[in-house]
Design a protein around this ligand. Structure first.
Ligand code: ACO
Length: 423
């Protein structure tokens, strides 16, 4: 591999160093391009643009590989737990036993919300989307806790610890039930389920199978390198904005239907197909029709071009969880049939469109009793340690500069102002 690449622009030759990653990925460092030539690169959607070096997550989209700090996602999903993964992402290594005990203890101790924060929930309308509540509440954490450098590690704990409490409270508010406080004897995932589903009038025991499945879902969502919401966290943070502000912005980015919001849309779409008589072919045809802006939600990915390893795990898990819970959801059969038809279709084959992580996750959430509107919130709970890890990495990276892309201007050239009476 040569150490540099040459570009000839208007007979002027420029040389750019090649940067190689630890898995052999290569990039051209074009930092000197504009200074040397006056030109910039144009890459809408940043499909070929590396914004940073990162040691957190490796993805090989061709081979369907996903690893957090070197560990394959399949092994982590099978054998780890979400609290360990939070430690791995945020503190760079899997914790040993005393580290895990300390980290777990901290997360347990900080799960309550300041009582004054509960008042915010009274102001939201009943119809508020829980993702909007979540991003506002995370932003509001910054008004309760100092955001200086000395508080950073504690604020990280507060974020991971309080996000399930905020999420569950937004659900309770939506259904008009009183808040359920966290319990310190429960593990992270069980505690969230307790706050979601316990009611004061009844005893509630968290079903182990549900807690296990949710833990695995959170692990699968925990990081995905420079996706839209993570890049948002890094971009907002690059201006020096606080951790809470950056994570709040990432939550907003995640809410969109082309990103995390797709898991809600998948279920809504499957229900629509079911209500319309289950004619999948009609919807595959609609997705292929370039005059129709309908897309098959949960299909396609910027990076994965053969399969999404998370989706493979989830497809198998959906069968298991539904069977264990004794749930017979016709949407699972519908999803599998839709996948089969789409994967045999020339349009999807040519464009290398496969089910992504959102395609089967919603069916598992449904079986657990999580309402559709909360699906993207579940994604946010999972992705939080990834956002934090990237924010920290960005802040500690001497190469970081305020993120500020350029543009190719296509508007009017200079013209003279005309007074309103003369227009
Ligand atoms: N249904 C139908 N056609 C699709 C779909 C789809 N779900 N996804 C992509 N295509 C087509 C596009 O129309 C385009 O066709 P063309 O080349 O004829 O113009 C081609 O496939 C490439 O698609 P792009 O939109 O250019 O791919 P991009 O990498 O920009 O977008 C994305 C990726 C946003 C995920 C896209 O596939 C999509 O909209 N999928 C549905 C929404 C979804 O599931 N999002 C979740 C993604 S995973 C996550 O964020 C966790």
């Amino acid at each position: 591999m040569s150490s540099s690449a040459k570009l000839i622009l208007n007979d002027q030759e420029c040389e750019f160093p090649i940067i190689e990653g630890s898995e052999g990925e290569i990039g051209l460092s074009i930092r000197s391009l504009r200074g040397a030539t006056g030109a910039i690169t144009l890459d809408p959607g940043y499909g070929n643009t590396g914004s940073c070096r990162s040691a957190i997550t490796f993805i090989d989209g061709e081979k369907g590989i996903l690893r957090y700090r070197g560990y394959p996602i399949e092994e982590l999903a099978q054998s780890s737990n979400f609290v360990e993964i939070c430690h791995l992402l945020v503190h760079e290594e899997l914790p040993n036993a005393p580290q895990l005990a300390e980290f777990t203890n901290l997360l347990t101790r900080h799960s309550m919300l300041h009582e004054d924060m509960k008042k915010f929930f009274e102001g939201y309308p009943k119809t508020a989307h829980p993702m909007s509540i979540l991003s506002s509440m995370i932003s509001s954490l910054g008004t309760f806790y100092a955001e200086d450098e000395d508080s950073l590690e504690l604020n990280i704990i507060r974020l991971i610890s309080k996000i399930p409490t905020i999420a569950a409270l937004s659900y309770k508010k939506a259904i008009g039930q009183p808040a359920v406080y966290p319990r310190n004897d429960l593990d992270y995932t069980s505690n969230f389920l307790h706050m979601m589903f316990a009611v004061p009038a009844e005893a509630y025991e968290v079903p182990e199978v549900v807690a296990k499945a949710l833990d695995m879902l959170l692990i699968l969502h925990a990081d995905h390198e420079q996706n839209c919401s993570t890049s948002t966290a890094r971009m907002v943070g690059s201006s020096g904005a606080s951790l809470f502000a950056s994570i709040s912005a990432a939550i907003s980015a995640l809410s969109g239907p082309l990103h995390g919001g797709a898991n809600q849309k998948v279920i809504e779409q499957l229900k629509m197909i079911e209500a319309d008589g289950g004619d999948f072919q009609k919807y595959v045809n609609k997705a292929k029709d370039k005059n129709d802006d309908f897309r098959l939600m949960g299909f396609g990915h910027r990076v994965y071009k053969n399969f999404d390893p998370r989706s493979r795990i989830l497809k198998g898990e959906a069968d298991k969880v539904l069977e264990n819970l004794g749930v017979d959801d016709p949407l699972l059969g519908l999803a599998k049939s839709l996948e089969e038809i789409a994967l045999e279709d020339e349009y999807f084959i040519e464009r290398r469109l496969y089910p992504n992580v959102d395609f089967y996750s919603g069916i598992i959430y449904r079986a657990m009793g999580i309402p559709t509107e909360m699906f993207t919130v579940m994604f946010a709970l999972g992705r939080l340690p990834g956002w934090i890890a990237h924010w920290k990495e960005m802040n500690g990276d001497p190469e970081t500069r305020i993120n500020r892309p350029r543009q190719i201007y296509t508007g009017a050239t200079e013209r003279c102002y005309v007074a309103v009476a003369d227009r």
